[in-house]
Design a protein around this ligand. Structure first.
Ligand code: SF4
Ligand code: SF4
Length: 160
């Protein structure tokens, strides 16, 4: 009798779970909508960057190296912006420090790779792409403009 009651309880639990809406999604076929303040992959706008190095100084892990030079007009000019993402905590301190909105975070979550050397990147206009699966070989990956979806998601976070 006790055995039958246990089986009934088990059946009730199984049916209850079957009828509930799943809380997971079939990534990568379905994607979740992230909060507008989600801290995913970076997007860099060099035209907005004044080379102040506030982002570099705010970073607790020395991920960012901003290279600048003085022009003939004595103004700072950005000549390079490098990130070593293998040490990045995605804490967002650098983005908070930038009052020019030159560096923003997006909802890009596909940030994995097999070779850490590809995580040392020189940022250029537009998105910092996720390392491609199976990417190998060192050197600097130059950022390219990402797909429209990613661009739109980043634009949401940039106060124009
Ligand atoms: S998110 Fe944090 S750890 Fe990563 S670069 Fe910015 S400040 Fe540094
Ligand atoms: S990204 Fe922002 S904080 Fe960093 S150097 Fe450029 S303007 Fe300054």
């Amino acid at each position: 009798m006790a055995h039958g009651r246990g089986a009934l309880r088990g059946l009730r639990v199984t049916l209850g779970v079957m009828l509930k809406r799943p809380i997971t999604v079939e990534y990568p076929f379905k994607k979740l909508k992230f909060s507008p303040i989600y801290r995913g992959g970076f997007c860099f706008y060099p035209a907005r960057c004044v080379g102040c190095k506030l982002c570099q100084n705010a970073c607790p892990n020395r991920v960012i190296t901003v290279r600048t030079e003085r022009g003939e007009d004595k103004k700072l000019r950005l000549v390079g912006y490098e990130m070593d993402l293998q040490y990045c905590l995605y804490c967002g301190f650098c983005v908070e420090a930038c009052n020019k909105n030159a560096l923003v975070m997006t909802d890009q979550i596909n940030l994995t790779c097999y070779d850490r050397s590809v995580l040392r990147v020189e940022l250029a206009e537009g998105f910092l792409p996720a390392p491609s699966p199976g990417a190998t070989g060192g050197g600097k990956a130059v950022a390219v403009k990402g797909p429209a979806g990613r661009e739109e998601s980043a634009q949401r976070k940039v106060a124009e």
